[in-house]
Write a protein that binds this ligand. Structure first.
Ligand SMILES: Cc1ncc(C[n+]2csc(CCOP(=O)(O)OP(=O)(O)O)c2C)c(N)n1
Length: 293
């Protein structure tokens, strides 16, 4: 099990305190800079490991950074505190973005990222809660994280706790039927402390979602399952922060975050092959030039 980086955790708490005072538009530049740094770390990780999912990592990076840096109530020094908020990355193949974000928040030292997917490393290709502090449940098999998150929100309800539960889903992931059982269950129990984010980048592995199995009208589907639906630009930190800060009132909330797979690197953006392609040294250099703050 990795352990917290005390200096990183102190910086994280200072950042959280600073961002809590700011309106979403004022916080956005800080979040943007952190998300760029997360993408740069992730790029190095995937290049070094010769494996990873850069396309989906870059599409979800702004969502994860906004949640961890400015929304969820967690303490990297005490990652198992009972009253912490819960965040489940149901699209677990984008572990690279999650690890880089957790390291930026002090859950473990940033240099550990160098071990991504190496033999014996805690930072496996998919997140493992027994190895990585901040990971709430193991994910990777699509369609598993969301049902677990519904259970977490239900347990908060049973304990009369005010803690919130967040779950981040891929759009291709929604083709797994277990998600719709989870959605039905959450609305049945009126789990207003639960917020699901759909990373709506229109691509899955090997093809577009609408060519594989049509999801639209997606907002209508969630609404018909009894959820409050909000739609945002998933790379606009001000919009993300504003919507994430507002819990549901009587119903669970689904945020459809419109994103671009590979966001931030022009030759990766909206290109299906970057689902799990590994960049060459030249491509890394060129990507880093685009990802400069
Ligand atoms: C149950 C299951 N089936 C297949 C896979 C292999 N797989 C990994 S990622 C992926 C595509 C996921 O697409 P999406 O949810 O849209 O993720 P994103 O495009 O954001 O990376 C697939 C099919 C898996 N991880 N789990």
């Amino acid at each position: 099990m990795l352990s917290a980086d005390p200096a990183g955790a102190r910086r994280y708490h200072a950042l959280r305190a600073q961002l809590a005072q700011l309106a979403p538009a004022e916080a956005a530049p800080v979040l943007r800079e952190m998300a760029t740094s997360v993408r740069r770390d992730d790029l190095h990780m995937v290049y070094r490991a010769r494996l990873g999912h850069l396309g989906g990592d870059f599409s979800v990076a702004d969502i994860l950074v906004t949640l961890y840096a400015a929304v969820i109530n967690v303490d990297p020094m005490r990652p198992l505190l009972a009253e912490r908020d819960r965040l489940v990355l149901s699209k677990g193949h984008t572990a690279g973005a999650l690890y880089a974000t957790l390291a930026h928040c002090g859950f473990f030292a940033r240099h550990e990222l160098d071990t991504f997917a190496a033999p014996g490393s805690a930072l496996n290709g998919h997140p493992n809660r027994t190895k990585v502090p901040g990971v709430e449940t193991n994910t990777g098999p699509l369609g598993h994280g969301f049902p677990v998150a519904v259970g977490m929100a239900l347990s908060a309800r049973l304990q009369a706790s005010l803690r919130r539960t967040f779950v981040v889903l891929g759009d291709g992931e929604l083709q797994e039927g277990s998600n719709w059982e989870a959605a039905m269950t959450a609305s049945h129990y009126g789990l207003s402390s639960l917020l699901a984010v759909v990373d709506r980048n229109q691509l899955q592995q090997g093809a577009r979602t609408e060519e594989t199995k049509q999801l639209e009208p997606l907002a209508g589907k969630w609404a018909s399952f009894g959820w409050e639906v909000r739609e945002v630009d998933g790379h606009d930190h001000a919009q993300l922060l504003d919507t994430f800060r507002r819990p549901g009132t009587t119903r669970p909330v689904c945020v459809i975050a419109h994103t671009v797979k590979g966001k931030g690197v022009s030759f990766m953006e909206d290109r299906v092959e970057w689902h799990h392609k590994v960049p060459s040294a030249e491509q890394v250099e060129s990507a880093l030039r685009e990802l400069s703050t």
